[in-house]
Design a protein. Structure first.
Length: 362
């Protein structure tokens, strides 16, 4: 996979204890990378990071991305070749309750990672993860392109738009005319699902918690359409981008959307119905709590990633739910090692990608 590009590479992952960060760390380990993680804490209980025993397999640093000195020290001590910046406050509804934490983590944290990379003597490549929520959502049926207007209405979405603007400023102020500091980009994805997500106020963890206890699931917005994608889909995009921007100067300072196939855009109710097939029991009702509004329709146009990176999503909606449902069933059955099962899912996904002709999977 990835032409053995990551074998022996020293990679720093911020937000490595989170859902996507844990999956990315596991994948990088499987590719032969030396992984260092930097995160403020384990964000949930249960925790994918702990279930995969990643603290035994990587350098595990606890620190806040808002702490510039701590972050700088981590880079200087471990001298990574590459950085994947995933650390964030990722929950829309939580951003209403704590906008200060959301803005400082997502915007100032991104500012700090750009600053320490600018001052680093080792980092050759940075992939900064933002979100599809960075776009100003006008509820249209077309997918948003990378040059569409940024700026969300809620604190989370706005904070991700801020991160993109900070990136743009740093590129033009410091990186644009410096060949040694030029290999950086942003990646936008959203509504990622998969095994091991236990966050509060996310639909799949809410489903799992309710169905596993045979409790009634409360659905806030049954008709809201989302570009559901399995976590391995955007991660394959991030890894492809990380490799290719090191080899192709035309990819530097760019932003890329990583979204699912068009047929994976389904509403929340369809997601719940499909997921219920992997549970012996499950019931749900529509909640009347609309005090914290969320976007009803959001799609991404991924033509740029398809053209410039030769990347595309491969999983159908049913396959996305199957990968996710089987991971949670394995978790509750407790009959397999979760790290080995997760790595097997990565392998199975890569095999599907190889059959589809994707170069990264060869």
């Amino acid at each position: 996979m990835f032409n053995d590009f990551y074998k022996g590479k020293k990679v720093l992952v911020t937000g490595h204890t989170g859902f996507k960060g844990s999956w990315l760390s596991a994948w990088l380990l499987n590719l032969g990378a030396e992984v260092t993680g930097y995160s403020i804490d384990v964000p949930s209980e249960p925790s994918l990071f702990e279930d995969l025993r990643l603290s035994e397999k990587i350098v595990d640093i606890r620190g806040d991305v808002r702490d510039l000195n701590s972050l700088s020290g981590a880079l200087n001590d471990h001298s990574p070749d590459m950085v994947f910046h995933l650390a964030a406050q990722p929950i829309v509804r939580r951003s209403y309750d704590d906008p200060v934490e959301t803005f400082t983590t997502n915007a100032i944290g991104s500012l700090n990672i750009l600053e320490v990379v600018r001052e680093s003597n080792s980092v050759k490549s940075l992939v900064m993860i933002t979100s599809d929520k960075a776009y100003r959502n006008v509820e249209w049926i077309w997918g948003y392109k990378e040059d569409d207007l940024l700026g969300g209405e809620d604190p989370y979405s706005s904070s991700k738009g801020c991160a993109e603007l900070i990136f743009y400023s740093y590129v033009n102020s410091y990186f644009k005319n410096n060949e040694e500091l030029s290999k950086l980009s942003t990646a936008r994805a959203g509504n990622v699902i998969g095994g091991g997500d236990w966050a509060k106020d996310r639909i799949v963890p809410d489903i799992v918690r309710s169905f596993s206890k045979n409790e009634m699931l409360s659905i806030r917005a049954p008709n809201a359409t989302r570009p559901w994608q399995h976590v391995l889909e955007p991660l394959s995009g991030y890894l492809t981008l990380g490799e290719m921007q090191m080899k192709n100067a035309n990819l530097n300072h760019e932003s890329f959307n990583f979204g699912p196939r068009d047929d994976v855009n389904q509403n929340v109710l369809r997601l719940v119905e499909e997921f219920s097939k992997y549970w012996d029991s499950g019931s749900w009702e529509v909640s009347k709590d609309n005090t914290k509004p969320e976007a009803g329709l959001l799609k991404l146009n991924c033509d740029k990633a398809r053209t410039m990176l030769d990347w595309r999503a491969i999983l159908s909606f049913e396959e996305t739910i199957k990968f996710t449902g089987e991971w949670y069933k394995t978790y509750f059955n407790k009959n397999l090692d979760l790290y080995e099962f997760s790595v097997q899912q990565i392998t199975d996904y890569a095999q599907k990608a190889k059959k589809k002709g994707l170069k990264w999977a060869e």
